[in-house]
Structures are given as C-alpha cells and as structure tokens.
Design a protein around this ligand. Structure first.
Ligand code: ATP
Ligand code: MG
Length: 581
C-alpha cells in the first residue's frame, strides 16, 4: 500500500478526553475517531489491526472446534422476557420500539438469540457438543464510557456459546475455550494472566478472566507468586489472617462506653486504645429485600461484589442516615450487631469470627460497646450468618498455599469465559432427549473476547515516548518503507523497486508493507512511523544509497544496519521471523 493513496492522517494533539495512553495514541496515530461518547469509527489503519486480530481469533476458535455464524444486532424484547433479563439488565440495555410499537433492544450479548436458535434445531444428545461463535457489534449503554475502545458503548466482541449434553461435556468445551484463548493472546504477543472471576447473579460453576497486565487496567487482580493462585479482587479469597489479642475475659462485658464524636474505626480504636482489628465495623445497606447489616473487622474493607452475591438481588447501596436511624435507633457511625432489629438481616464476615471481647457501635449516639462476644451477646438473640465479604489486600495470606502472600496488580479484562450451566436452557426451554430418552436442558457455556479492548490493551503494554510499539501480529502494517528524497528520480526508482520486491517476498508470510512515498520532510516521516509503531522500518534516501543501500531498523529497540538493496527483504524476514531465516 502506498501511503500517498492511503487514508492515514496523524495528529500532534490527542483529544482532551483521552485519559490513558492507548486512547491518546490511537487517536494521534489516526486509528480511531470518536463520533459520540463511547462510539468510534475505526479508521483504515485501526481497522487493519482489528482485522488481523479477528483473523487470529477465527483461526484459534475454529481449531478448537467452534463454528462461525452471524446473529442480528437488534433483538426482540420477548426473548429477553423469556430469560428474565428484560427487567434485570438495567440501563445498560438500549431499548427501542419499531413503528408498530414492538419492543426491541440492541444486543449487549447474545445468550437469548443463540438459545432460541439452538432450541429449534437441536433435539437429541447426538447433535452435541456444539460451539457457535460470531464476531459482531454490541451495544451497552455504559455509565462511564471511557478510555477509547477500552470501554466503549458500541464495540466489537467475539462471542461464543457452547451446548453440551452433560456437565462432563461442558467441562471439555470450557477447557477447549480456555486453551483457545490462551493461544489467541499468545499469538498476539501479549503478556496476560488467567484469573478466577466473579460469577455474578447467574452463578455458574466456573468462570475465568483473561487479563492483560497494565497499570491503567480497570480490574484489580490478586495473585500468589508461590503457588500461582490468581483471582479478580471481586472474588479473591484470603487465607487465615493473624488475629488481634482478645481483650478481657467473657465474664466482664459487654459494657457501654462513651466515645463522643468517634465515628471512624481509627477514632474509636485511638480513643479506646485498642487494635483496629478488634473493632467490629457495621455497615447498613439497602438491598432489593430491605435493609441488611454487614459486620466486618475494623481494619478491613467490605467487598460489595461478594456482598451482593451473598445478599442476592440486583443491586445494593449504603443506607442513608435516616434509614440507619430507623433501623438501629442510633445515628450513622455508631451501628453495631448487638440488639439490632430482627428486621435487619445481619451477615458477619468470617474475619471477625475469632474476635473475642471486641468493640462495636452501641446503636446509640456517641457510644460503643466493649468486651463483646459473638455467642454470648449476638448469637443468643439470632442465628449468625458467617460469610466471606472481605476485600483482598496486598500481603494478605494466600488462600491456597501456606506461606504465600497475595500481590495486587492491575489488569485489563480482555476475555471472559463462563460456565452458564442450565440457567438459560431451563428458562428458555432449550431441551434435548438424552441417551435414556429423557428430556433434559442443555449445559451451556459462554465465551467473550473484546476485539477493540484487546487492541487497546496491546498499546497499553507496548508504547514509548515516540508512540505505539506494536507486537508484530497486530501492527496495521508490518513494515514501513520510507522514501526520503521523493524528488530524486534515482532514489525514487530504487525505492519503487524495493517496494515491489518487499511486497512479493513478505506477503506469503502474512506480512505487509506501507510505502511512505508522500511528499513530506524526513522528520515528518520518521515521527509518523514511530507514532503508528510499525515493527520494522526500511529507509531509502540519497544518503543510504551512498552508504551502500537501505537502512533497516526495529521499532522496538532501534537497532539499525545498512543493507545492500538486494538483501533487504532477507534481512527484514530475519528480523520478523528470528530462528526461521
Ligand atoms: P466489564 O466488567 O469490563 O464491564 P464485562 O464483564 O461486562 O466487562 P463481558 O460481558 O464478559 O464483559 O464481555 C466479554 C468481553 O467483552 C470482555 O472481556 C471485554 O473484552 C469486552 N467488553 C465488555 N464490555 C466492553 C466495553 N464496554 N467496551 C469494550 N469492550 C468490552
Ligand atoms: Mg460490563
């Protein structure tokens, strides 16, 4: 491709709303252009990267036995009512009506449509296993679209859905996708890790996320270097924490003490001169089923994703001061588990179980209780629900091995695989006849991979001050050939000849060349080549010809050499495929 004919315009400035480096560089390199919040045009060079990524995804999905199809973006409301998600999905679902008043949505995902398809075609266990995938545009009306393609509203996803006759089959389908995803991110040249993920409301039996590690990632990941445990912080478990010493024997409590103005754990612990871990903090939440109180060790934070899984329903939020007063009889900041109204559901984090003689709010203004014991003072009034709702923190003990410590890092979730089980097949009646002639719901899995988000993640991982440093497989073009003296006929004809030869020699390996034959100054060409991030650059100019040919260099490390013109394509191939040439 000749740059003079191509549509690739770079810019010096990034848009003002571009907060992360991938967004800034994608905009400056002329890869994407914002049309509206979270909605982008893929300009030709950006689309080329997506096409290369989609080719890798297709290849590995097909190798794993998945079959491509294409489903509509617009989906009828009835299907979503059948699965129960028309009401559950919330404001992220873009709903619309046609001219006849029929209700539709723009698909944020395709479980309903695929289940409807398969239930009509598949009648017998003999027709399974099946895995169907598509690469298609989704719409999710995200509250905070940001970071360019990383969290768009309209975005391209590869989504796949597996159907099996039994759980063992689902295990095999899931493992096949686990392997395919690993090969995809490997083939893209990305550094990634696989972690256990929250299963959310659907509550399938297994779920993993593929994370590209990067400081700008929106996800926090807990991992143990000693044993390899890794989980999204939304669900990460924690090993046994060291316990604070018990304060006082069971005989002497509980006692009411005055704690004027002390509403935070730090203030209470300071005033009463106790370890923060010995203060039990009680938070009141509003849930779909009324108010709930969660008690946790004072030195730790509640994980609201875990809490929602425990409490059920669609959402939760901290109760207002009025709600707290109505439920506990005391002001905000002085709540505690003792004497709490039985109408408030109480759950207690496991971390607080070993505490003896602890401190907690007295459900009265400016007062706390000391020397409190769970069995004597709380459980005697109501059965206790022990739960895990604690947020993992750096240096926490690993839940899987002894001696290991958790590390917290940030990651970009590029892929998500999920065992759905029979949630959709039951609600939507996707059944088949098994070997014994019984009617059973299919065991389903679903597998998503963000195309734009993966491309953005590659840039978060590969860039420097000059611009993008693409991994070879994802660069819009593998090689940029820069013609430095376009007015000099001899130079131009040497570069034209080299361009033809490079195209011919590189194409069989799947590599491509952008020939920068524009009438621009050398400085502009060098800056643009660095900004767009082509892995290999070949420069032909009067000076390079006098030095013996063309100059070949790598974007990654800048390593350069002058090569006779007839040896350039071999040298380029050697750089692209070290070990082969
Ligand atoms: P997130 O927690 O980041 O919102 P999700 O759990 O909603 O992601 P899934 O429903 O599992 O995401 O979608 C599968 C994949 O689609 C994700 O792993 C991600 O790569 C991509 N994806 C999801 N939402 C977006 C978005 N708003 N913009 C770009 N890609 C997205
Ligand atoms: Mg989401």
């Amino acid at each position: 491709m000749r740059w003079s004919n191509y549509y690739l315009m770079t810019a010096r400035e990034a848009p003002r709303d571009a907060e992360v480096v991938s967004h800034r560089l994608m905009a400056r390199a002329g890869l994407v252009r914002r049309l509206a919040a979270g909605i982008y045009t893929m300009q030709p060079a950006g689309w080329r990267t997506m096409r290369k990524l989609m080719a890798i995804v297709r290849r590995e999905m097909e190798r794993a036995g998945a079959v491509e199809l294409s489903m509509p973006a617009i989906q009828p409301a009835e299907l979503w009512e059948e699965s129960g998600r028309w009401f559950k999905y919330g404001a992220e679902l873009l709903r619309m009506e046609d001219r006849h008043g029929r209700r539709f949505c723009f698909g944020p995902t395709h479980e309903e449509v695929i289940t409807d398809l398969v239930r009509r075609d598949v009648k017998s266990y003999r027709q399974m296993p099946l895995n169907l995938f598509q690469i298609q545009t989704k719409f999710r009306d995200e509250i905070r679209p940001r970071f360019g393609l990383m969290r768009g509203r309209e975005f391209i996803m590869k989504d796949a859905y597996s159907f099996d006759a039994d759980e063992e089959g689902l295990d095999r389908s899931y493992q096949a996708m686990y392997g395919a995803y690993s090969r995809i991110f490997e083939a893209c040249g990305l550094e990634y890790s696989v972690v256990e993920a929250d299963q959310g409301a659907i509550g399938g039996s297994s779920s993993h996320e593929f994370m590209v590690l990067a400081d700008t990632g929106e996800s926090a990941v807990a991992s143990c270097a000693a044993c390899g445990y890794g989980a999204n912080v939304e669900r990460a478990e924690i090993g046994a924490l060291p316990q604070p010493e018990a304060a006082g024997a069971e005989g002497d409590g509980p006692r009411r003490v005055s704690t004027p103005g002390a509403t935070t754990v730090a203030e209470v612990a300071g005033m009463l001169e106790v370890d923060r871990a010995l203060v039990v903090k009680t938070l009141i939440y509003e849930t779909d089923d009324g108010l709930a109180a969660v008690a946790i060790r004072g030195d730790r934070e509640v994980n609201e994703v875990k809490l929602l899984n425990v409490l059920g329903g669609l959402g939760l939020r901290l109760a207002s001061a009025e709600q707290v007063a109505a439920a506990t009889g005391g002001p905000l900041g002085f709540s505690g588990p003792v004497g709490l109204s039985p109408e408030v559901r109480l759950v207690v984090d496991e971390s607080a179980r070993q505490l003896a003689g602890f401190v907690c709010g007295a459900n009265a203004g400016d007062e706390h209780l000391v020397s409190v014991h769970w069995d004597r003072d709380v459980a005697s009034a109501r059965p206790l629900e022990w739960v895990d709702v604690m947020t993992a923190e750096a240096s926490d003990p690993c839940p899987r091995c002894s001696g290991g410590e958790l590390r917290i890092s940030r990651g970009i979730e590029v892929g998500h695989i999920f065992k759905l089980g029979t949630a959709y097949s039951e609600s939507m009646n996707c059944t088949f006849t098994d070997e014994a002639g019984r009617l059973r719901p299919a065991e389903m899995g679903c597998y998503g991979l963000g195309i734009g988000r993966t491309a953005a993640a590659a840039i978060e991982q590969g860039h420097d001050d000059g611009g993008i440093v693409w991994p070879v497989p994802l660069s819009p073009f593998t090689v940029v050939l820069s013609l430095l003296d376009p007015g000099d006929d001899a130079v131009r004809s040497a570069a034209d000849g080299l361009y033809e030869e490079l195209e011919a020699k590189l194409a069989p390996g799947g590599f491509d060349v952008l020939y920068d034959d524009r009438r621009e100054r050398p400085g502009v060409k060098f800056k643009d080549a660095d900004l767009v991030g082509f892995p290999v650059r070949v420069v032909v100019g009067g000076r390079s010809l006098r030095a013996g040919g063309a100059e070949v260099s790598n974007r990654q490390d800048g390593e350069r050499e002058v090569v006779p013109l007839d040896g350039v394509s071999d040298v380029v191939l050697r750089r692209l495929l070290p070990g082969v040439f």
